[in-house]
Structure formats: structure tokens, C-alpha cells
Design a protein around this ligand. Structure first.
Ligand code: PLP
Length: 431
């Protein structure tokens, strides 16, 4: 294994390597070109008995691993929602790896806990979230939504299910739009509520949840003896970035004493622009909100910011304090009590680096530019005789298709599938 001096040498080399990689990323095919199994076959079945040099490992990284990488930071990467990284974020991750802190309790790294508290406060004010809410970093939006569903379950049953489990008489119902992310379905399944309880509500022409349909469905379920538990509203759906009408949904949730969780995984970062805060009109009536700085706030994966109105509900649901985790320090946050994980990475550090190094103005101008480029592209597509804009592009996602004349739907679908496959396999651009 390398020693301290060798570490210094390799670390210097690696920084140059990373800078070269990021500086010349356009030269890689954006989407990995390797066939299935090719990376797996090149890696020995057994681990080495004796030490191998970092140079040898790096050779294999270049020859085996890199060809199997799809380059998410490539300028021609337009597939999925962004997974943006940035220079300050990479620098912070180096330090995170170096200090290797476990951030489960205040005592296991006071700076990690206190920086996390401060960063959650910064994000709240940057995005215009309710000032009295509290925040915690989760690994992903999927985890945050699971945490919200379980919190709602315990709050509604006064912590009975945590204690005695389901007795079969709960008959909960949960609501989201037909366009909500699959993490909602997963959370409903694994929280024990069961997927039959999840009611997918119809959407309007712009793919946003129809509040009238939500109200009608809840009424029908109540009449049939069900207990409406929670609604998950989405700001920026995965398919088309539709924005559910939060205020109307929140009023319905209040009427039926339901939990309201807001999934703004991708679009939440855009709330840094005050002109887009109409998306959170009514948020003060909700119970929880998640967005991913690891999507559109230049903070590399993973970093998901989860905010709650009442942190006591969260900690009462998730806190576990076995003998070996008891500490003598009181009046501090032990963030492992705020979610599923015990061990936690020091994720606040990269947020701190990113927010300070970009500054609010820097973040705003990047996000504003992305939205402007999308608008310009949408306008071009709209004007083009052979392309069709399928959705308004209120944020930075543009949904369109190629539409040559005299083709029926089936032919258009086939042509577009073929076009997409050809483009993506080219390695030049990933849609
Ligand atoms: N919610 C929405 C609306 C999403 O678009 C996504 C992912 O794209 C998620 C949740 C899941 O995010 P994560 O990968 O952080 O679990």
C-alpha cells in the first residue's frame, strides 16, 4: 500500500488528471459505447493477494473503466435530469474523502452537524422556503420521499405502526398525479402501506395534477371507508417538468387532515429565481419538501435537501438511541435521528463550497441561462416545419419530436424511436 509521500505524489498527479478530464471532456463519447459484459469480463474474478501499484490501477481505470463511463458532465449530455457537478464541489469531495468523517451524531463531527444546520438555513432563504421549517440532507429524493411517507404514517396513527405494526384495519389511501416519479410508488410499497392504496390522479393538458379530480377521488374514498393519509405533489415532473398546483392541493389536504409532501427533486433549484416562486405558492400549508442540489445546483451526487415543518414528527419516527450511540451532549442535533441512515457522509461541505464559490448571483445566472437556452430551443422547434413542441418549456427541459409530413402516429413513434437510438448511439449527443 502506498505511504504518505507516495500519496502526496499520486494525489498531485490525480488532480492534474481530473483537471485534464474535465477540461477535455468533449473528446469522450458522451454515452458509453461499450457492450454489456465487456467491463465485467476485463476485471479478474479474484482480488489480488498482494499490493498493486496506483499506476497499474490507474492504467486499468483508463483502459477498462473510463470507456464504460457515460459522461454526465459532458456539454452534450441532455438525457435524464442533470446530475451537475462543479469545480468547488469536486474540491469539497476530496476533503470529505480525506477527513472520512461519519456524521451521524453531533459528537462524531460537530462541524458537520452545525454546517449542515447552517446550509439548510441558507438553502431555505435562497429558495424562499418557509423560514420556520427545518432541514436535513438525505442521500436522495427517493429516500426523502420514503421518510415523508413513513412520517405521515406515524403521525396519522400516533406512532402506533412503529410500535405494533399494521393491524389490517388502517385502510389508508395516498394520492399523487399520474406523472409523479416512481420513487413515490416505491415508498408506498416499502412503507408497508401497499401499492393498492396509491391513487394516481388525472392530469390536465399540461400534465399537472387536476385538483378537482383529487378532491373527487378523496371524497369517494372517504365515503367507501378509507382514511386519506397523504398527497405527494410534484414541482417539475420527470416526464415533462409539469408543476402541480400546490396551493389548491394544499387546501384539499388541510380539509382532509392529510400530510402534504412536495417533490421538487429537479425543479427546486430553480426557486433561487424569485420569478419562479409561484411554484411554491401554498408551501406553508405543506408538511415536507425535497429538492436535489445534486440535480441542478452544481453539487455532485449525492445531496438531497429535505425540509419539514415539524422536525419533532421526524425525530419521533426515526430516532433510535442504543447504548453505544448515547452521548452526554444535549441540545444538539443528531442527524441520524432525522432519517433512515445511521452513518452519514459529510455532504454539507460540498454545498458550502458550491454556494460560497458561485455566490447566489452565480447560481442564479447559470440557472437563468439554462432556462433561456431551453426557451430559445423551444422557439426554434416551434417554428420548424418538421419538428413539434409537445409541451411548453417553463424550465430547462424541452419535449419535442421530429414530425415529417404525411406520417401517422405509429410511423411517427417509430421514426422518433429510431432517430433517438441513432443519435444516442453516435456518442456525440445523448438525448
Ligand atoms: N422525484 C423526481 C420528480 C425525479 O425526477 C427524480 C429523479 O429524477 C426523483 C424524484 C428521484 O431522485 P433521486 O435519484 O434523488 O432519488
Amino acid at each position: 500500500m502506498i505511504n504518505h509521500q507516495e500519496f502526496r505524489k499520486h494525489a498531485h498527479q490525480l488532480v492534474d488528471y481530473i483537471a485534464d478530464y474535465l477540461g477535455e471532456i468533449e473528446n469522450f463519447p458522451v454515452k458509453s459505447q461499450v457492450p454489456p459484459g465487456s467491463v465485467f469480463r476485463k476485471i479478474p474474478d479474484q482480488p489480488p493477494d498482494s499490493s498493486e501499484s496506483i499506476d497499474a490501477i490507474m492504467d486499468d481505470f483508463n483502459n477498462i473503466i473510463l470507456p464504460g463511463i457515460t459522461h454526465w458532465q459532458h456539454p452534450n449530455f441532455h438525457a435524464y435530469f442533470t446530475g451537475n457537478s462543479s469545480y468547488p464541489s469536486v474540491l469539497a469531495e476530496m476533503l470529505t474523502a480525506a477527513v472520512g468523517a461519519q456524521c451521524m451524531l453531533w459528537e462524531t463531527s460537530p462541524a458537520a452537524t452545525e454546517l449542515e444546520e447552517k446550509m439548510m438555513g441558507w438553502l431555505k432563504s435562497m429558495l424562499g422556503l418557509p423560514a420556520a421549517w427545518s432541514g436535513v440532507i438525505q442521500d436522495t429524493a427517493s429516500t426523502a420521499t420514503l421518510v415523508a411517507v413513513i412520517s405521515a404514517r406515524e403521525w396519522k396513527t400516533q406512532w402506533k405502526i412503529n410500535q405494533t405494526g399494521f393491524d389490517g384495519n388502517e385502510r389508508f389511501t395516498v394520492y399523487c398525479s399520474e406523472q409523479a416519479h416512481s420513487s413515490v410508488d416505491k415508498a408506498i410499497r416499502i412503507s408497508g402501506i401497499g401499492k393498492d392504496a396509491l391513487k394516481k390522479i388525472e392530469v390536465d393538458r399540461e400534465f399537472a395534477l387536476k385538483p378537482g379530480a383529487l378532491q373527487a377521488k378523496i371524497q369517494q374514498d372517504v365515503a367507501a371507508g378509507f382514511t386519506p393519509l397523504l398527497t405527494i405533489a410534484t414541482l417539475g415532473t420527470t416526464g415533462t417538468t409539469a408543476v402541480d398546483p400546490l396551493h389548491e392541493i394544499a387546501e384539499i389536504c388541510q380539509q382532509y387532515q392529510m400530510w402534504l409532501h412536495v417533490d421538487a427533486a429537479w425543479a427546486g433549484s430553480a426557486l433561487i429565481l424569485p420569478q419562479l416562486r409561484w411554484m411554491i405558492n401554498g408551501l406553508e400549508m405543506a408538511d415536507s419538501f425535497v429538492f436535489n442540489p445534486h440535480k441542478w445546483m452544481f453539487t455532485n451526487f449525492d445531496c438531497s435537501a429535505y425540509f419539514v415543518k415539524d422536525p419533532d414528527i421526524l425525530t419521533r419516527t426515526f430516532a433510535m438511541v442504543p447504548e453505544y450511540l448515547k452521548t452526554k451532549t444535549s441540545g444538539v442535533n443528531n442527524y441520524s435521528d432525522w432519517g433512515v441512515q445511521l452513518g452519514r457522509r459529510f455532504r454539507a461541505l460540498k454545498l458550502w463550497f458550491v454556494i460560497r464559490n458561485f455566490g447566489i448571483e452565480g447560481l442564479k445566472s447559470k440557472i437563468e441561462a439554462h432556462i433561456l437556452w431551453a426557451k430559445q430551443l423551444a422557439e426554434k422547434i416551434d417554428l420548424h416545419a418538421d419538428f413539434q413542441l409537445l409541451q411548453p418549456a417553463p424550465l430547462s427541459c424541452v419535449c419535442f419530436r421530429y414530425m415529417p409530413a404525411n406520417k401517422n402516429q405509429q410511423q411517427l413513434n417509430r421514426i422518433n424511436q429510431e432517430l433517438l437510438r441513432t443519435i444516442n448511439e453516435s456518442g456525440k449527443i445523448y438525448l
